[in-house]
Design a protein around this ligand. Structure first.
Ligand SMILES: O=C(CO)COP(=O)(O)O
Length: 255
């Protein structure tokens, strides 16, 4: 059975104290209310990570992650943060390939491939994001776009290395727009992704890879999305900034 995961992406929100308060609420609610085998991951800004690492030390079902890392080991890269640095404060995950990083920071598939490598080297689980723009959806090119993102960003990995990767399908047109992919639209792409994985790495890897959906996911639509055969959880933006909403989304997997 592949892992069910609900990950929050706080993006560039929350000052230090507000982040700590939100995270404290999340772990308290998770202890009382999240009773299945699902895993929660909170991907905060770098400034919070060390403190969240302390707060979540003994909380089995809540992990923390970064939203980016640099591709080099260390060195003269002013303003950047390395994989080993985020690992050292307790992060277990890192979001890579988010469409905002691709669009606003020029992150290419080739750059992302090297970020994936350094993440895995430091035992960080990449939550690797893929997804098409509105134009690519409307032109019908989206299957090709997604296959290229997978191929160029990830398929240099060995089967053993790929087994540690989590995927997130985030159609760009659904991010922060309130416009969610329908469960059927999302399932169609998730199923396609799993077929591409099976071609590349075999059926067992394809069956064991968690593929999350992201894009205006909220407590109102999570149940129908997560009920789809190939959707294994969510990568949540706006709704992860409210403890009640984030926990309610995670509770869909309580069973
Ligand atoms: O980008 C996202 C998560 O990484 C999705 O953001 P929203 O849930 O705010 O649409």
């Amino acid at each position: 059975m592949r892992k069910k995961i609900v990950a929050g992406n706080w993006k560039m929100n929350l000052d230090y104290q507000s982040g700590l308060s939100l995270f404290s609420e999340i772990i308290n609610m998770a202890k009382d209310e999240v009773i299945g085998n699902q895993e929660l991951v909170v991907c905060s800004p770098f400034i919070h990570l060390s403190s969240l690492g302390q707060l979540s030390k003994n909380v089995a079902n809540v992990n923390i992650g970064a939203q980016n890392i640099h591709q080099a080991e260390s060195g003269a890269y002013t303003g950047e943060i390395s994989a080993s640095q985020v690992k050292s404060v307790g992060a277990s995950h890192v979001i890579l390939g988010h469409s905002e990083r691709r669009a606003y920071f020029g992150e290419t598939d080739a750059l992302l491939a090297s970020k994936v490598d350094i993440a895995l080297k430091h035992d960080l689980t990449p939550i690797f994001c893929i997804g098409e723009t509105r134009e690519e959806r409307e032109s019908g090119a989206f299957f090709d776009v997604i296959k290229t993102q997978l191929t160029d960003g990830l398929f240099h990995l060995s089967k053993e290395a790929f087994a540690s990767v989590v995927l997130a399908y985030e159609p760009v047109w659904a991010i922060g727009t309130g416009l969610t992919a329908s469960p059927e639209q999302a399932q169609e792409v998730h199923k396609f992704i799993r077929e591409v994985l099976a071609d590349q790495y075999g059926q067992e890897i394809a069956d064991n890879t968690s593929i999350l959906y992201g894009g205006s996911c909220n407590p109102g639509n999570a149940k129908d999305l997560f009920a789809q055969a190939d959707i294994d959880g969510g990568l949540i933006g706006g709704a992860s900034l409210k403890s009640r909403d984030f926990i309610d989304i995670a509770k869909v997997f309580n069973g």
